[in-house]
Design a binder for this molecule. Structure first.
Ligand code: BES
Ligand code: MN
Ligand code: ZN
Length: 502
């Protein structure tokens, strides 16, 4: 759920301060000198100076310092969030700080607040305003849908003091992105019993209807007719049937489509290659790629990005039911290649094999797939950085750059010849798992998917196995489903459109 915030822009700081019960200040080290320009009362300025003096590193990105003042008969809260120093003070630093501030603000349960930052007094800093608003929306996201006695949320009106040009547009863009990422987080946080492939398809249809997108849902029979043997094999162990969902957004006339393809395993038990019990419940997040793709196409439509997008969500539940596929089975993917299923827990690459083929068959000019594909990506890159495997370095670089601008980290991994060979089979064309001897599990997983993309098409695979969920909130990233990748994909639509690559 979005964070019960009503954001608006104001240029009249004194009037705004009067009504507010909380003051949020976003400060980087260099901004401190410009504090006086904010027209704060002496009383507040003194409290701010004291807070800054008390802390060792008050400007550290996301560091929150807070106190309360008695003003007349009312308590006023002051929340300062650090935004870094020098070259660190990018919009994404302010976005992180705003996320921390939003959580601190929510804890105060007040109905009126004002946010001020010296940087926003410069009319040219509109990207900072957008980043701050985005950070506020995303920071205090929480998932309380299933709490029978959830506390009634307090809606807070936050007036942002800024002189930025096109402020209303910046706030609107932030709202669109905030809503898209919150939708993705909601989907990721839904437990497996509530959200299966069919429910995800119904949800996607609703998103499509609300945004003027076309939406086609292929059920088991339709997938059989197309020969999607890899996706069907993963779904056959569950009583809930798989679905392939395809949405189209047409923002660029007859230009070719860019395809975003997402892994939508609504629960990954591992199948007959059953996962250990500890933390298996986390695998309700195994549809994070599909959710990110849905969030990105929704936002692109709302932002009216001049691009044509095909969003493919490849959905199944990976269960060990009586009809489940067995280790050792050989299945035939839609493109005709055969796969030996060495490990039923390497199911993401199977559902994506048919999905990237489908996207190419629909005429996509380039394909980006996104998936909680491996645990190996955590070994390689940790839990804050997504992995990129690509056949096209230009596309990989564009994704990395989009991520940098969006506040999400990515790193491209190499694709050496021995790992390309490792996925080749003896009895079938390909192996869905190489075992542990060759290593590089994140890379072989990506390369497997790439084997189903026609050679001439630029393709990149994004592994969000480490970044899709979090144990603890930090910056604008909430606890639980993070929506990681959504903002990168949204930014990518904008950069591709700007380059005329549509
Ligand atoms: N959904 C998992 C990947 C995953 C595991 C992400 C743990 C985050 C945390 C995926 O389907 C999977 O099980 N991958 C296997 C592949 C292996 C069997 C080749 C893995 O990473 O162990
Ligand atoms: Mn798995
Ligand atoms: Zn999985």
């Amino acid at each position: 759920m979005l964070n019960n915030l009503n954001l608006s822009n104001t240029e009249k700081e004194r009037a705004a301060y009067g009504e507010a019960r909380a003051l949020v200040l976003l400060l980087c080290k260099e901004c401190e000198a410009a504090l006086s320009k904010l027209e704060l009362s002496d009383e507040v300025l003194q409290a701010v100076s004291a807070l800054l003096a008390e802390s060792d590193e008050p400007f550290e990105i996301g560091k929150v310092s807070a106190c309360s003042l008695l003003c007349g008969s009312k308590l006023r809260h002051i929340i300062i969030a650090g935004c870094g120093s020098g070259r660190e003070c990018k919009p994404t630093a302010f976005k992180q700080a705003a996320g921390e501030a939003a959580r601190a603000l929510a804890a105060k349960k007040c109905e009126r607040a004002v946010l001020a930052a010296p940087i926003l007094l410069n009319p040219k800093r509109t990207p900072y305003l957008e980043a701050i608003a985005e950070g506020l929306y995303l920071g205090a996201y929480s998932f309380t849908l299933y709490k029978s006695k959830a506390e009634a949320p307090v809606t807070c009106d936050v007036k942002i003091v800024s002189a930025c040009t096109a402020a209303d547009l910046a706030l609107k863009r932030a709202l669109v992105k905030g809503q898209a990422v919150s939708m993705v987080r909601d989907l990721v946080n839904e437990p497996g019993n509530k959200l299966g492939p069919e429910e995800l398809a119904d949800f996607a249809k609703q998103v499509a209807a609300e945004n003027g997108l076309s939406c086609e849902v292929l059920d088991r029979e339709a997938l059989k007719d197309l020969g999607c043997g890899a996706l069907l094999a993963v779904g056959q162990g569950s009583v809930r049937e798989p679905r392939l969902i395809a949405l189209r957004y047409r923002g660029a006339g007859d230009a070719p489509y860019t395809a975003f393809v997402g892994k939508g395993i609504t629960f990954d038990s591992g199948g007959l290659s059953l996962k250990p019990a500890a933390n298996m419940g986390e695998m309700k997040d195994d549809m994070s790629g599909a959710a990110a793709v849905l969030g990105a196409v929704k936002a692109a439509a709302e932002l009216q990005v001049p691009i044509n997008l095909l969003a493919v969500l490849s959905c199944a539940e990976n269960m060990p039911g009586g009809g489940a596929q067995r280790p050792g089975d050989i299945v035939t993917a839609a493109d005709g290649q055969t796969i030996e299923v060495v490990n039923t827990d390497a199911e993401g690459r199977l559902v994506l094999a048919d999905a990237v083929w489908y996207a190419a068959k629909q005429g996509a000019a380039r394909i980006v797939d996104i998936a909680t594909l491996t645990g190996a990506v955590i070994t390689a890159l940790g839990k804050e950085t997504g992995g990129i495997i690509a056949c096209d370095d230009g596309l990989a670089a564009a994704i990395k750059e989009a991520g940098r601008l969006a506040g999400e980290l990515w790193w491209q991994l190499p694709t050496p010849p021995d790992l390309r060979k490792a996925i080749k089979g003896e009895e079938a064309d390909l192996l869905n798992s190489t075992g542990s001897t060759v290593g590089g599990g994140c890379i072989t997983g990506g390369l497997f998917i790439g084997s189903f993309v026609p050679k001439e098409l630029p393709w990149a695979h994004l592994d969000i196995g480490g970044t899709a969920s979090r144990a603890k909130a930090a910056g604008f990233v909430s606890k639980g489903g993070t929506g990681f990748g959504t903002l990168t994909l949204i930014k990518l639509t904008e950069t591709l459109a700007a380059e005329g690559q549509r």
